[in-house]
Design a protein around this ligand. Sequence first.
Ligand code: EPZ
Length: 422
Amino acid sequence: MDYLQITGGAKLSGAIDISGAKNSALPVIAATILSDQPVTLTNLPNVVDIRTLLKLLTILGGEVEHEAETAKINNATMNSTKAVYEIVSKMRASILVLGPLLARFGECEVSLPGGCAIGQRPIDLHLKALEAMGAKIEIKGGYVRAEAPEGGLHGAKIVFDKITVGGTENTVMAAALAHGKTTIVNAAKEPEITQLCEMIASADVKIEGIGSSEITIEGTGGKPLIFNEPIEIIPDRIEAGTYLCAAAITGSTVTLNKVDAEHINASLAKLESMGCRFDIAENAITIHSPDRLRPVNIITTEYPGFPTDMQAQFMALATMAIGESIIEERLFENRFMHVSELNRLGADIWLKGNIAAVRPVAQLFGADVMATDLRASSALVLAALVAKGVTNVRRIYHLDRGYDNLEGKLSQLGAKIERLRE
Ligand code: EPZ
């Protein structure tokens, strides 16, 4: 098994490019199911989760040509509507095929994703929305079996009890081919949802309220969509935030290219409060970091608030601040698995329920640590960049699911990091 060996203490400098957003590419790939014509996707990140979802399309009978950052997908040949356990158990975002498969084929079976390291992560809101559109749903043998009514799904008014990114995405995709109008109230507003809506709108589907918490979609009444233009995946705001944290924790000046500063306002504001300064140009950000960071208080919330996907990385930063920081996780009930691993590196983090108090320490020290989920793993890498001595980060298959060439990009900035094999 691969692991990362990092020798702490190097300052970073220079520039890197930010890749396409994994969490945007996943729903965009799922949305290609809404079409029976070829679709081209560009700026895909080179990460395992993308390859997993493209593989699922081929298992369903779609044709996929994937090379570097581009995939040409033709789902005209799709002849199965069963998303099997073997794939869904590898990646819970596979649930995103539920809405489009049901909308295009009138029925589907998708393995029920289990819980994951960060929480239970139910999909009840996805299912309720599809039921409101007329679907009959049963859970049997570990699968969600969904059937549209005779003639197809119909539009509905859906009021989400809770803001859900995946639930909003599944509903938008199902609504695109439904009969009549669907209104989603309390929709998620993440840039990834805006990209999905814009993709569907580019296929002549009328969508109002893109980027807002109320989205209205006029469905095509069962007619598959045609995507004439290539879909370019937006920059990964979480990858960008992670590299800003890498610069901040090492007291460095670094430039990120191919980034959208508008999408990372919440992280920029927190970094600024910790003493960092920025030069923001079109598609580029340069961060200048102080020698010592000020402490920070964070509460995770939905976009445009502070993202749960940046919580672990900021906790790593907070270990090196000059005072105590308080971090509250509000989205997932178990997203603090990195705390004990950061403490193994010498951090002083006290945890009660969903609140962590991060007390300052003079120095972190290299050790063997274990990655537990994607963002927790990147927090360990950040801490290792400043820990004295050598840190080995194991179980990095979590990192490979969502960070494109992490060790390559950090090496390019001057970090001492190597991928080794046990
Ligand atoms: C997306 O997950 C992201 N994944 C996650 O990124 C991210 O952490 C999360 O949104 C929150 O921003 C992808 O985009 C592929 P949710 P998703 O539905 O859609 C509860 C990463 O590191 N909920 O918005 O699964 C749920 O348990 C990943 O890249 C229900 O109760 O998140 C959570 O508490 C990890 N019922 C909250 O809502 C439901 O039916 C938000 O979850 C659905 C969700």
